[in-house]
Design a protein around this ligand. Structure first.
Ligand code: AMP
Length: 576
């Protein structure tokens, strides 16, 4: 029976096209995300051929945002959030103000009203959660001080946008014919004014947060614990997902908080449970799939010809997003006496706009605050700023490596980057200082062997440096980080991280830098062993095989014991 299945068609087309375009992008050494955006353009209404359901795609993308923010919450403690408030709160507010003014100026130049200019400016001032988090995760910056500042900044922007979304209808209603347009039933019923709506919103946010901190903090870990004890993996996964989605959705429906913020708090509450690490792992694959759909759905909204039709307003918008906004953020962070590297990284991660801007633009157009041309400019600005973002990061990496003075030995980790090339020669490079790497590293340390470690967690790096062990912070798969370990002069490289694809990238780069270096890597399956060997690893130790070997040894030892006991008693018997 033929029937219409728009949801399936959208998911299939979205993921299928993203796969094709992402692979092509990778082939040409462009970040796959550019491929996902192009996949969206291909599936969108402005290009010939298949047209996917835009509304559905946008909703699917929201799922991606929920899962991403949930994951971030899982990494974040309340203390982390509070520890960066001194910079994140004023920084985000000042940056929103500057970007809004820039947008307003541009709007006035184009002959729009002040109201339109404010909406336009606000839309240009908020960065995309997905893009920012992807950039941080890709660079393994999530556990660093800068990563925490960036996430704190994002949360403040998020809160500001929640307020803006509530205030727009109220402002529009006061500007226009006086009919209340606010969507809030409470505000409508009591005929609240602008201040009333604002206060009501703040109260709702406060109630939500209080509820999460008081009830959620106890209830959620308890539920998770209970489910974990049932022993069903499937049920555990389901629980994690259900908690994340229900809280995000409930927060939006009941408290007017954004889905992303709701999910973030859900994650933060789960963090209180010792099972949180597992919970994070469980949501990873889903999260990645839906994050891809986010980029596809953004691409779908874009009309490539709009840029050609009106190039100057487009270029000016892009300039505000990529240059204006970043410079503002840079100045603010430097004013707060954070190092240049931190300032550069934060401004790079904010040099783009995304989902919030679309929501603001849609609402602005619906309320007749913003002309349609404004929405098109915001879309074009988003697409190009997202595409340019990896490039912006590359420029920042380059600038950072030029600007910063060598100061590797300082224990204040995240503030001392970038790392100059090590002075060590004939040394061992140890990648990852977790369960495996720490054992290897401690052994090397005891033998006084020259070595240095690369670790993605800044806590670990700080501890290593306190012990006088040379350690670099960052993702070892990144060329700039690996280069600083001087692989060309090293004797061996031990890759003790669990992720085989990343390990493969490290093997490839190290082998290219030094044909002689002895590379020992870690794997979890035969296929991974082959993969790593194919890329140039000399020895690949498969963890599971070693576990089995240990078990067999124990068994043999047991048998020997039994056998020797048997022999002894036989001897006793014969002697008797
Ligand atoms: P484990 O699986 O317990 O041996 O931990 C692996 C360790 O490697 C963790 O401490 C991670 O922070 C670290 N790690 C994982 N991937 C990378 C990477 N690409 N670069 C640097 N450190 C990493």
């Amino acid at each position: 029976m033929p029937h219409d299945t728009p949801l399936i068609a959208t998911v299939v087309a979205g993921l299928g096209l993203a796969f094709v375009f992402g692979t092509i992008a990778q082939r040409f050494r462009v970040p796959p995300l550019v491929g996902y955006l192009l996949a969206g353009v291909a599936a969108g209404p402005f290009t010939p051929g298949f047209v996917a359901d835009q509304a559905l795609a946008t909703e699917l993308a929201e799922l991606g945002i929920i899962l991403l923010m949930f994951g971030v919450g899982l990494h974040f403690s309340l203390n982390d959030l509070l520890s960066v408030r001194a910079i994140a709160v004023p920084g985000a507010i000042a940056q929103i103000a500057v970007a809004t003014l820039l947008g307003l100026g541009l709007a006035l130049l184009m002959g729009w009203t002040v109201g339109a200019g404010l909406v336009f400016g606000l839309a240009l001032s908020v960065a995309s959660t997905v893009v920012l988090l992807r950039a941080l995760q890709e660079r393994r910056l999530m556990d660093t001080e800068r990563g925490k500042i960036a996430v704190g900044w994002l949360i403040v922007e998020d809160l500001a946008m929640v307020l803006a979304l509530v205030l727009f209808p109220a402002v529009a209603s006061f500007q226009g014919d006086g009919t209340a347009l606010t969507s809030d039933p409470l505000a409508t019923r009591f005929g609240l004014g602008l201040t009333g709506v604002l206060v009501l919103t703040l109260i709702k946010i406060a109630v939500f947060i209080a509820l999460m901190l008081v009830v959620g903090r106890r209830l959620i870990p308890w539920v998770l614990h209970y489910i974990a004890h049932t022993g069903s993996r499937e049920l555990f996964r389901l629980t994690v997902l259900a908690i994340a989605l229900c809280i995000a959705f409930g927060a939006t429906k009941l408290f007017g908080v954004s889905l992303a913020l709701g999910a973030f708090f859900a994650g933060m509450m789960l963090r209180e449970s010792p099972l949180s690490q597992r919970a994070a792992q469980e949501t990873l694959p889903l999260r990645d799939a839906f994050a891809v759909l986010f980029f596809v759905s953004v691409g779908m909204l874009f009309d490539p010809l709009s840029v050609v039709r009106e190039p100057w307003p487009f270029l000016a918008t892009l300039f505000v997003i990529v240059v204006g906004k970043s410079l503002a953020a840079l100045l603010i962070v430097v004013l707060f006496r954070h190092p240049m590297a931190t300032a550069l990284m934060i401004s790079a991660s904010l040099a783009q706009i995304g989902e919030f801007s679309f929501i603001l633009a849609e609402l602005g157009v619906a309320l007749n605050l913003l002309p349609k041309a404004g929405r098109d400019l915001i879309l074009a600005g988003a697409i190009f700023s997202i595409m340019l973002n990896p490039l912006v990061f590359a420029v920042v990496d380059w600038l950072t490596s030029r600007l910063e003075k060598p100061q590797a030995a300082s224990p204040t980790v995240a503030t001392t980057e970038p790392i100059p090339v090590t002075d060590l020669r004939d040394h061992t490079i140890l990648v990852g200082y977790g369960r495996v790497g720490s054992l290897v590293g401690d052994a090397l340390h005891r033998r006084n062997a020259p070595f240095l470690a690369i670790e993605a967690s800044d806590d670990t790096v700080a501890k290593l440096r306190q012990r006088g062990i040379e350690a670099l912070m960052g993702n070892a798969a990144r060329a700039s980080v690996l280069r600083a370990t001087n692989p060309a002069a090293a004797r061996s490289l031990v890759i003790a991280i669990p992720e085989a694809f990343e390990a493969g990238q490290i093997v490839e780069q190290a082998r290219a830098a030094n044909a002689e270096i002895r590379i020992i890597a870690r794997a979890h399956s035969d296929a991974e062993v082959d993969h790593l060997k194919g890329l140039g690893a000399d020895i690949v130790i498969m963890g599971e095989r070693e576990i089995a070997r240990g078990m067999i040894e124990e068994l043999d030892r047991g048998h020997l014991d039994v056998a020797s006991q048997g022999a002894a008693s036989a001897r006793e018997d014969s002697e008797a």
